[in-house]
Unconditional design. Structure first.
Length: 394
């Protein structure tokens, strides 16, 4: 029954019964309004819209409030946004993100000004499956708020459908966006005023991030520049575990990159239902789930009295954080934003800390587990993760 349930979930994720459609409105009609094409020099209220975004989503500029759809856009657009809030739309309460498009050149100038005022650090957040612009903006704003990141925070939003039944569509759009995201990351990494880039990816976002970083590294090496991508955090990465461990040491975590300070933190959970379904769909274990694909390895762990959890092999520069025991939410797929214990760890990971006393060591030197904290019960998770920095006491 357990395998049947996972298989059923995989079919659901496959989206075979809910294909994407072009829609009943011509895409050109969505962007006909001049507001969809930001003019150079047009003012943007940076105080009201403190966060940055880049998106390949198709915007809808037909009404007073501009929104971003789940369709692929005709071009990559730039803008500013603030944390989303509830608004009444057609008599219903919906989440809406205050936002404004900005001319690309003006956007880069604003980003430089904000970066120069700080420490030269930039945080880039790349979302995963089943997200809308509103949900990812909410997460990006939460990351900025709870980490107190000392620099601009950028959300990269690709056209995820925001629906359970559209996993296959999301996967297709994610691969379609590889070029867009890679070009943006290379441009960001090439800016001399960007001293350090912290990348946070969730779920499918890891499949955008890994190849883009590898390409940016190659171009930096050819130009004789040191990379400024130093800290990479993969939360619940929906990427083939065996492919990752085979390839990562040859490019993104090549010895020279690790020697210069690059580090990668991976958050995993055996209770992650989304990754269990993805494993059933793809046939192989995902990086974000410590599932024992090899039954003989599982048997060996049982014989030693150890938990049946199997992780990516040790790779220099990689730290794995197992959040199974502090998993939260209906799917356990976003513990880094939902569990107070995991939130605290994530804040320190963003700050570049590679060790924390709250992490329990395991027989594997690169793997640590997070344990429940009696001072942070489940009913305080939302408060600790959303309203105040997790390192403070409520």
């Amino acid at each position: 029954m357990r395998h049947l349930a996972v298989a059923s979930a995989a079919l659901t994720l496959a989206g075979c019964i809910a294909p994407v459609d072009y829609g009943k409105i011509r895409h050109a009609a969505y962007v006909a309004d001049p507001r969809c094409t930001a003019q150079a020099g047009a003012p943007v209220d940076a105080a009201a819209l403190p966060l940055f975004f880049v998106t390949s989503r198709l915007p809808d500029c037909r009404t007073d409030a501009i929104t971003l759809t789940h369709h692929r856009g005709d071009t990559v657009r730039y803008g500013r946004f603030a944390a989303p809030r509830e608004a009444k739309v057609a008599g219903k309460e919906k989440l809406r993100t205050p936002m404004a498009f900005q001319n690309e050149g003006d956007w880069w100038q604003a980003l430089q000004a904000e970066t120069d005022r700080r420490q030269g650090r930039v945080l880039l957040y790349v979302h995963g499956y089943r997200e809308t612009f509103e949900t990812t903006s909410k997460d990006a704003a939460q990351i900025a708020r709870m980490t107190g990141f000392d620099g601009p925070v950028i959300e990269y939003s690709w056209p995820s459908q925001g629906e359970v039944l559209k996993y296959a569509v999301d996967e297709t759009n994610m691969y379609h966006d590889v070029r867009h995201f890679g070009t943006f990351l290379r441009t960001l990494a090439d800016r001399p005023w960007v001293k350090e880039i912290v990348i946070v990816s969730h779920s499918l976002g890891a499949r955008l991030v890994i190849p883009a970083v590898a390409t940016a590294d190659r171009l930096s090496r050819r130009a004789g520049r040191a990379t400024n991508i130093s800290n990479i955090i993969l939360a619940s990465p929906d990427i083939d575990r065996e492919t990752f461990e085979r390839d990562i040491g040859d490019d993104v975590l090549a010895p020279e990159r690790v020697e210069r300070g690059r580090h990668m933190t991976i958050y995993v959970s055996l209770k992650d239902k989304a990754l269990a379904a993805s494993r059933a769909l793809h046939g192989y274990p995902r990086l974000g789930s410590p599932y024992c694909f090899d039954p003989f390895e599982a048997a060996d762990l049982r014989a030693k009295g150890l938990p049946e959890r199997c992780y990516v092999r040790a790779v220099p520069g990689v730290t794995v954080i197992d959040t199974t025991e502090v998993s939260r939410g209906s799917t356990g797929h976003s513990n880094f934003l939902r569990s107070a214990v995991a939130c605290r760890d994530f804040v320190d990971a963003v700050a570049g800390k590679t060790a924390r006393p709250e992490r329990d060591a395991t027989p594997l030197a690169h793997v640590f587990r997070l344990r429940p904290d009696p001072a942070a019960p489940k009913d305080l998770d939302e408060t600790l993760c959303n309203r105040i920095p997790p390192t403070e006491t409520p």
